[in-house]
Design a protein around this ligand. Structure first.
Ligand SMILES: Cc1cc2nc3c(=O)[nH]c(=O)nc-3n(C[C@H](O)[C@H](O)[C@H](O)COP(=O)(O)OP(=O)(O)OC[C@H]3O[C@@H](n4cnc5c(N)ncnc54)[C@H](O)[C@@H]3O)c2cc1C
Length: 486
C-alpha cells in the first residue's frame, strides 16, 4: 500500500541507527542483540500515525512506541514490531479559556513548560528535561510536588488514541473510561497508541529552595530529618522533599544532600515554609542555603547534568513500607555507591500516598480527610519512594555496576511493598506494580482492547524468544501484568 509515513526497513543501512540511536540509556545487555524489530515508522502527523498502525497490522507485525526514548530498558525496541518513533510528530496546542494544553507524546517536560511559561502556566511534569510525556504520563508520572499535587497523570483530562483495530477514539472519565483508566498507570502495557494528551495546566508559580549538604557519615541523621519534615502533620501543600547520596560538582566523593523546594506566588509565602524547616536543620552542614530563588529552567539544567547523555545506566526502585526504619533499610544503597556518577534518591510521597492504602478495609481504602483515590490503574505506592540511578561510562564496568544494584535491591526488597513502573526493568526483577484489584482490571482492559496482542506490552526476559516462536503477535510473558511478587 502507498503511504506517506516514512518507513525504514531492516535492509536499509540506517536501520540499526533508526532503531536504537534515540534510546537514552547506552547500556546494551547480552540479550539486546536478539531484539529484531520488523521496521521503524516515523509518522509526522496523526494521519501518518494511522497509516503506520495499519501497516503494522496488515503485515502481521506487532507495534511498539517511542516518545522520548527514556525508558531505561529501551521498551520501544522489540522483536517483530514496527517501532512507531514519534520524534517528528510534534504538536502543542493551548486553549486560553480552559487552560488545557493538547500535546503529542514526544513533547518533553522542558518543551512543554517552555511553551507554557509565557502564558503564565505550568505543568507538573518530570524532573528531567528530556523525558517524553508519553512514557512518563502512561506510567503515572512522578512530577513536581507529586507528594501533594498528585501524580502527573491526575492532571490528564483526556487522551486521543488509536486502537489495535485502527479506531480513533477520545477517552476521558465518561467516554471509553476503561481506556482512560489504563492510560493513567498501565505504562508500557497500554493497549493502544496515544495520539495526544489533553493536560490540565496550573498557574505559574515561583520556585524557592533550601539545600543542605552533609558528609555522608551523617546520612542517617539527615535522611531521618528529611522524612520527619516531609511527613509533618501540617506540612505545606506546595512542598517537595528529597534526600540524595550524590557527588555534585565541587565534591570528590559522595555526600548527603537534602533539598526542600516550594512553589509559591511570593518570596514571603515561601520563606514562611522554608524558614521554619531551616530552623530545625541538623548541626554541621557543609552547605546550608535557605529560600533561594530557583526556576524550572535551572532545575532542568541540574537534572540534565546529573543524568548525562551517552552514558550507561542501571535503574531500580522500591516503595519502602510506611513503618520501616528507612535510614537503616537504605544504608547500603546510600553509602556504598559503585561509581562517582551514580546516585541514590529518597523522595517523600505522603500525603498523596495516603489516599490509598491496600491494607485498610472498606471500599475507599483511603485515609479520612484526604481526597479519594481517582479511578486509575496507578495504585502502588507508600510514603517512601527510593530509587537507584547507577550511572557509568565504560562497558568494562557493566557487571560491577549491575551486580551492585542487584545486591542492594536483594536486601531492600523485603522492606518494600512494590515498585514504580517508570524506574523498573521487568527483565531482572518482578514485583507488585499495582494494587491487586487494579492489576486484575487492567488485565481485563488490555484483553478487551487488544485481544491479539498487537501492542508489544511489557518487556520481560523471554520476550524475543516468544515473539520469534509466535511470529510476532503474542501476549506478555505474563509476570508483570499478573502483579507477581518476587
Ligand atoms: C534521566 C531520566 C530521568 C527520569 N526522571 C523521571 C522523573 O522525574 N519522574 C518519573 O516519573 N520518571 C522519570 N524517569 C522515568 C521515565 O519517565 C520513564 O522511563 C518513561 O517511560 C520515559 O518516557 P519516554 O517517552 O521518554 O520513553 P520511551 O522509551 O519513548 O517510552 C516508554 C514506553 O512508553 C510507552 N509509550 C510512550 N509513548 C506512547 C504513546 N504515545 N502511546 C502508547 N504508548 C506509549 C511505550 O510502551 C514506550 O515503549 C526518568 C528517566 C530517565 C532516563
Amino acid at each position: 500500500m502507498a503511504i506517506s509515513c516514512p518507513i525504514i526497513r531492516p535492509s536499509d543501512p540506517s536501520f540499526m541507527d533508526a532503531a536504537w540511536s534515540r534510546v537514552f540509556n547506552k547500556r546494551r545487555d547480552a540479550t539486546d542483540a536478539a531484539r529484531k524489530p520488523h521496521a521503524v515508522a516515523k509518522p509526522r502527523s496523526a494521519a501518518e500515525l494511522v497509516e503506520a498502525v495499519d501497516l503494522a497490522v496488515s503485515e502481521g507485525a506487532r507495534i511498539s512506541v517511542r516518545s522520548g526514548g527514556h525508558s531505561w530498558a529501551a521498551w520501544s525496541v522489540r522483536s517483530k514490531a514496527v517501532i512507531l518513533d514519534l520524534a517528528d510528530f510534534n504538536e502543542i496546542d493551548y486553549d486560553e479559556k480552559t487552560h488545557v494544553v493538547k500535546v503529542t507524546s514526544r513533547v518533553t517536560g522542558r518543551m512543554l513548560n517552555g511553551f507554557l511559561k509565557p502564558k503564565g502556566r505550568l505543568f507538573p511534569g518530570g524532573h528531567c528535561p528530556d523525558v517524553g510525556v508519553g512514557g512518563f504520563l502512561l506510567q503515572g508520572g512522578m512530577g513536581w510536588v507529586c507528594k501533594s499535587w498528585g501524580w502527573a497523570c491526575e492532571h490528564v483530562a483526556a487522551v486521543d488514541v488509536i486502537t489495535a483495530d485502527g479506531r480513533q477514539l477520545y477517552c476521558d472519565e465518561k467516554e471509553n473510561s476503561d481506556l482512560f483508566f489504563a492510560a493513567r498507570g498501565a505504562g508500557p502495557g497500554f493497549p493502544a497508541v496515544v495520539v495526544r494528551f489533553h493536560l490540565k495546566t496550573l498557574p505559574l508559580l515561583q520556585m524557592y529552595k533550601n539545600t543542605y549538604i552533609y558528609p555522608l557519615s551523617e546520612y542517617k541523621k539527615v535522611l531521618q530529618w528529611t522524612i520527619e519534615q516531609a511527613r509533618a502533620p501540617n506540612v505545606d501543600g506546595d512542598l517537595e522533599a528529597v534526600c540524595l547520596s550524590t557527588s555534585p560538582p565541587g565534591f570528590d566523593s559522595h555526600i548527603c544532600l537534602s533539598a526542600f523546594t516550594v512553589f509559591k506566588k511570593t518570596e514571603e509565602e515561601a520563606q514562611a515554609v522554608l524558614g521554619a524547616i531551616h530552623k530545625t536543620r541538623p548541626d554541621g552542614p557543609m552547605v546550608d542555603k535557605c529560600c533561594e530563588l530557583s526556576s524550572l529552567d535551572s532545575e532542568y539544567d541540574d537534572q540534565g547534568a546529573a543524568n548525562p547523555e551517552n552514558h550507561r545506566y542501571s535503574s531500580e526502585n522500591a516503595y519502602i513500607k510506611n513503618d520501616a526504619d528507612v535510614p537503616a533499610v537504605l544504608e547500603k544503597a546510600f553509602t556504598t555507591m559503585p561509581h562517582k556518577k551514580a546516585f541514590a534518591l529518597y523522595y517523600a510521597m505522603a500525603p498523596t500516598s495516603r489516599r490509598w492504602d491496600p491494607a485498610l478495609p472498606g471500599p475507599d481504602k483511603g485515609q479520612p480527610g484526604l481526597a479519594r483515590w481517582p479511578d486509575m490503574a496507578l495504585s502502588m505506592q507508600s510514603d517512601h519512594y527510593f530509587a537507584l540511578y547507577t550511572v557509568w561510562e565504560n562497558e568494562d564496568l557493566d557487571e560491577k555496576c549491575k551486580g551492585w544494584n542487584k545486591m542492594v535491591m536483594d536486601e531492600i526488597k523485603d522492606h518494600s511493598v512494590g515498585s514504580y513502573l517508570g524506574d523498573s526493568d521487568f527483565r531482572y526483577r518482578t514485583t507488585k506494580f499495582w494494587d491487586d484489584g487494579q492489576a486484575k482490571r487492567l488485565k481485563e482492559v488490555r484483553e478487551k482492547w487488544d485481544p491479539e496482542g498487537v501492542f508489544a506490552g511489557y518487556l520481560e526476559l523471554e520476550d524475543e524468544v516468544a515473539a520469534e516462536a509466535t511470529n510476532g503477535r503474542r501476549r506478555d510473558v505474563g509476570k508483570v501484568i499478573l502483579n507477581q511478587h518476587e
